[in-house]
Design a protein around this ligand. Structure first.
Ligand code: NDP
Length: 451
């Protein structure tokens, strides 16, 4: 028999540890997928012989580069930028750019790995990638952000392209940054092409893209609840974050008759027992995007609400929880608190917000729990549709895109049920998403032979 990766999970993970020393987030993401995939491929020799999982856990390439820019005081500043191109078996690399001081190679490798399975789940032809820089846009002037984005793109442009790698936004990269990045790409290459998604409507963006991740997560949540004959209407929701994903998730919860109790940022959370309604959500959007303020200001603006500095919102009693801020923001203790308070479903708007221990706690309690790679795939799905519109040189209307988003989320839910249903009918959505996402990419890789 040929050499294969027919080892057990622990031996496989030891190899991952050895090859990626200190990259805890990446190792965590690989373990989460590997434990489900190992079970699925146990009797499928073709995947072992081709070492598919071993290959998937080794990015196609990681580009790391210096980003040198001048601040307003004319000081020279040096940051590190990266693009991780994880896998392009089923389409061009696709995944966001993150600008945040916590960005490391490990964080981007984990995100690019996750993105590969998520993009596969959407059913659209997109591979997995992710990039960013350890740059903190907070407190920087518009000119500083522009100069940073231009310096970043001056290196990145040679690694991307509409059929090669199509980045988008993520934490710290919103429409302002996408504008500066796209402008610089166009200036350097003298080409207008759909090389970035998340663009503004005026220059090739897609309707529904800003809303897609948050709305999609709530549509997924709605499907999970309907699967057990429940509904969002009347449910109390605890949401973390106050950025793009959190505010749009809140909007959709309210539209479907639920009540949003919390929002947060990296400094603390606000609790509004009377509910964060549409008007208040619009106020938060303006606070975070235009005024670039802090969520603590909410408690000064809206009577009856309270601000909890340095805390996360998981102690507030609720029926559904949507972590929509960042990775590892919900640990085992927080998961137990949510369960003690009666939570029935958790849908991740953020990427890997729940720790492995937290996931185990949800699974043991048979809570409806949707991992980010399934629940937040609506964002990249509409990004994929933005690529299609750019290639066709057309713009689709909101109704069409809303229907496509809904259909894609329903389809992803169906795949999770197909591959993740356990005896007795409970659905393990992590397992379902991992196996369905893996299978499509793995079968494409098998077709290519040894490359
Ligand atoms: P934004 O930058 O718009 O908002 C991020 C929010 O999370 C802010 O409220 C921010 O607070 C908070 N946050 C960031 N870092 C931390 C931290 N270390 N601890 C606590 N809170 C933190 O980002 P998005 O809303 O776009 O992204 C949120 C999550 O969703 C990320 O995990 C992202 O990868 C994921 N995601 C986003 C998609 C999209 O389409 N935008 C698509 C799929 C996934 P503060 O203002 O203090 O920084």
């Amino acid at each position: 028999m040929a050499i294969s990766d027919h080892v057990d999970l622990e031996a496989f993970m030891q190899g991952v540890h050895k090859r990626n020393p200190g990259q805890t987030e990446f190792i965590q993401a690989v373990r989460e997928v590997a434990q489900d995939v190992f079970e699925f491929i146990a009797d499928k020799e073709q995947y072992h012989a081709a070492q598919i999982l071993r290959r998937l856990a080794e990015p196609d390439r990681v580009v790391s580069f210096r980003v040198c820019w001048e601040d307003d005081q004319r000081n020279i500043r040096v940051q590190r930028g990266w693009r991780v191109q994880n896998n392009n078996a089923i389409g061009p690399y696709k995944g966001g750019l993150r600008f945040h001081p916590t960005v490391t190679e490990s964080v981007l490798k984990f995100l690019a790995f996750e993105q590969t399975f998520k993009n596969s789940l959407t059913g659209l032809p997109m591979g997995g990638g992710k990039g960013g820089a350890n740059f903190n846009p907070k407190g920087k002037s518009d000119s500083e952000v522009m100069r940073f984005c231009q310096a970043f793109m001056t290196e990145l442009y040679r690694h991307i392209g509409p059929d090669t790698d199509v980045p988008a936004g993520d934490i710290g990269v919103g429409s302002r940054e996408i504008g500066y990045l796209f402008g610089q790409y166009k200036r350097i290459t003298n080409r207008w092409e759909g090389v970035l998604t998340g663009k503004a409507l005026e220059y090739g963006g897609s309707r529904m893209r800003p809303e897609a991740t948050g709305y999609g997560a709530v549509i997924f949540l709605q499907n999970m609840l309907q699967h057990v004959r429940q509904d969002i209407a009347g449910k109390r929701a605890v949401i973390s974050g106050s950025g793009n994903v959190a505010t749009h998730a809140a909007e959709k919860i309210v539209e479907l008759g639920g009540k949003v109790l919390t929002l947060s940022d990296s400094d603390g959370f606000v609790h509004d027992p009377s509910g964060i309604d549409r008007h208040k959500i619009d106020w938060v959007k303006d606070l975070k995007t235009r005024r670039r303020g802090r969520i603590s200001e909410y408690a000064q603006e809206f009577k009856g609400s309270t601000y909890h500095a340095g805390k996360r919102p998981w102690g507030v009693a609720c029926d559904v929880a949507l972590p929509c801020a960042t990775q590892n923001e919900l640990d085992g203790a927080a998961a137990r608190t949510l369960i003690d308070n009666g939570v029935v479903a958790v849908a991740e708007g953020a990427n890997m917000p729940t720790t492995l221990e937290g996931v185990d706690v949800f699974h043991a309690a048979r809570i409806l729990y949707a991992p980010g790679k399934a629940a937040n795939a609506g964002g990249v799905a509409v990004s994929g549709l933005e690529m299609s519109q750019n290639s066709e040189r057309v713009t689709w209307n909101t109704e069409r895109l809303g229907t496509l988003l809904r259909d894609i989320m329903i389809d992803i839910h169906g795949k999770c049920v197909e591959y993740g249903s356990l005896k007795g009918g409970h659905v393990n959505y992590v397992k379902g998403a991992n196996i369905a996402g893996f299978k499509k990419v793995a079968d494409a890789m098998l077709a290519f032979g040894v490359v």
